[in-house]
Design a protein around this ligand. Structure first.
Ligand code: SAM
Length: 325
């Protein structure tokens, strides 16, 4: 092996060991006390630090702290049971009860992937949705809970919902929608969502809640959903330079001509504007400047109190995208 190769392997090994060590330390503490994790998830290339985690609009409590759960899946993604088996279809994670202060009806039990980064995670499908629930998702949940009835009788899909797909879950629990479909492209995220759906079935206000893997680059994953949804939810998915065209294509395909997309994400180094510019060939784009009054209050509070808070990469902005005729 050449010295250059050795050097690269050393860098990779050190990165894995550091990530594993950090994850182990994180795992040993309750979530509320954890140090911010390294990486701004989305801006992984940015090598920035996750300096701000939440506006406090949605909170999370570990169920049975200290317990690592295993969930097993059949081939079609059905959750079989909590399992002690060591086979490859078993995922390790922890159950969390989420709350939104002021909204008692929303208390889902959500399966979070255990925060251990494997080499496969580093090299495989984008893993940002398994790291945490990002502020954009949190803000979208709060907005949904604050607008009772806006999704009543509608077909709703969440795109790139990550391991929790909490916004879609909020619609399923609170909104008497006609249909709710939760999606992500990451297989581990999907396994978590399937487990979460199984755990919350009794709380849904519609029976028609499903989850499916939807990779934006795979038309076969979404062509059967053509013009199906009245509302498509999309939180913090615009920053992938290589996927913006595919994301615009998916959104246009699955949204009904009379429907719309609710898109929420930070500006993050111009990536949001880049997406909206691209999407404007297909959609009428309306900015929603005063999206959520409580978010605005929390934003001003954090801005004044947390020197590491950077609105450009943290503050979620909302837009409504209506298909062009
Ligand atoms: C920053 S995370 C946001 C997750 C969640 N919406 C949130 O805000 O917590 C971006 C999500 O996009 C998903 N994603 C990335 N590339 C994708 C693709 N090509 N197809 C489908 N999903 C993709 C990732 O799996 C991840 O869940």
């Amino acid at each position: 092996m050449s010295s250059t190769h050795k050097h690269k392997w050393r860098i990779l090994r050190d990165a894995i060991l550091k990530a594993a060590q950090a994850a182990k330390q994180q795992q040993e503490q309750p979530q509320e006390q954890r140090e911010p994790q390294e990486e701004e998830g989305a801006a992984v290339d940015d090598a920035s630090v996750r300096r701000f985690q939440s506006y406090g609009l949605v909170t999370s409590h570990r169920v049975e702290p200290g317990t690592i759960n295993r969930i097993a899946f059949s081939g079609n993604g059905t959750v079989l049971a909590d399992s002690a088996d060591q086979d490859s279809d078993v995922l390790l994670g922890t159950w969390h009860r989420h709350d939104a202060p002021g909204f008692d009806s929303f208390q889902p039990l959500v399966f979070h992937l255990r925060p251990v980064v494997t080499l496969q995670d580093m090299l495989g499908f984008n893993n940002t949705g398994n790291v945490c629930i990002w502020p954009s998702e949190e803000v979208l949940v709060h907005w949904i809970l604050s607008q009772p009835g806006v999704f009543k009788g509608l077909r709703v899909c969440e795109i790139g919902g990550g391991m929790a797909s909490l916004a879609g879950l909020a619609v399923a629990i609170n909104e008497q929608a006609e249909e709710v479909v939760l999606t992500d492209g990451n297989e581990n995220s999907m396994s978590c969502i399937h487990a979460t759906l199984a755990a919350n079935r009794g709380a849904f206000t519609t029976e028609n809640v499903t989850a499916q893997r939807l990779d934006w680059t795979q038309p076969a994953h979404y062509q059967h959903l053509q013009h199906r949804f009245d509302v498509v939810l999309c939180a913090d998915c615009c920053f992938f330079d290589e996927f913006r065209p595919a994301l615009a294509e998916v959104l246009q395909t699955i949204t009904r001509p009379s429907g719309h997309v609710l898109l929420i994400c930070p500006e993050r180094r111009g990536t949001r504007s880049a997406f909206l510019q691209l999407a404007s060939d297909r959609f009428r784009v309306e900015e929603i400047p005063s999206f959520d009054a409580e978010l605005q209050r929390q934003h001003e509070h954090v801005l004044a109190s947390n020197p590491k808070y950077e609105p450009d990469i943290h503050f979620p902005k909302a837009a409504k995208l209506t298909p062009l005729k």
